[in-house]
Ligand binder design. Sequence first.
Ligand code: FDA
Length: 310
Amino acid sequence: MLDLVSKGLFQFLASSEGLKSLASTYGMRRYGFARRFIAGESVHEAIEAAQGLEREGLSVTLDLLGESVTKPPEAKKTTREYLQIVDTMVDAEISRNLSLKLTQLGLDIDRATAIDNLRRILDFAQRFDFFVRIDMEGSRYTQLTLDMFETIWSLGYRNVGIVLQSALRRTDDDVRRMIQLGARVRLVKGAYKESWRIAYASKREVDHAYVRQAEALLVHGHYPALATHDPKIVEMIKTMARAHTAEPDRFEFQMLYGIRRDLQAGLVAEGFRVRVYIPFGREWFPYFMRRLGERPANVGFVARSLLRER
Ligand code: FDA
């Protein structure tokens, strides 16, 4: 019954009507329920959240929310915003690490636009020893994103890393390729709904692939970021790290802002490195919906918040 209600509410939220009414009713002023996963609208709110987490021994990566930009001036504007964010983060003396999506920088316009914008950000970031992670989007973009990453890599940029998704059948090969390059990989399960033709259909297969690829990265990779909230897999990673004598400074765990804070704190207490991905900005809806889609209980949480706020 609860599942049916969750599904209905999820579909309502995902529909354009749901989106419109949410945005107009709650806007960015009263998005209490979204605040669980999103630090705020401005970089200052994100930095405040980052400072709080860093006081607890975590490190951070900031992500200006947004994707699927289709007009060159918008992609330029996002690029300028990222330069500003680098500046602001350096001033605030928090971890020098940010995450971005190539479709924010114009990948849907053409490759040259996205590469130019990415290079502007990497050139600027390099001056401050700042690391930039390219998030991985839906499978339409996998090959393009990897091609762009290799282009950037061949131009000599080293302050940049990539994300690979264990859900995709191709990922064992991509892990091998990134190990060969010596590139820094963030390994995730994958947040996008994909066809069984290219992705594993069952959670069990995705989990197996994740563990297999995490082990390859721990043993042969260059400072991998193992991004999961799955407590069983986290335990397995700890065991594999011990077995392969991969010291805690050779890799890091990564988790999303607002998810499994208990696990984040526990790992820090045990001496592991944990980086929290902090999303912020006005374009919060697609990210928020991906988080809801991952867990029916989150839809219930939103429903309760909406009822309370009426
Ligand atoms: P899984 O979904 O199996 O969940 C394991 C447990 O984690 C759950 O039982 C629950 O306790 C908790 N949990 C997971 N999701 C939750 C949620 N939304 N709300 C509350 N609890 C939750 N994906 C992608 O395609 N491209 C990318 O670039 C990135 N980047 C990225 C960065 C970082 C730092 C992280 C942690 C994740 C991503 N992801 C991503 C998302 C990733 O692909 C995946 O969708 C989520 O991490 C959920 O998968 P888990 O590995 O946590 O396992």
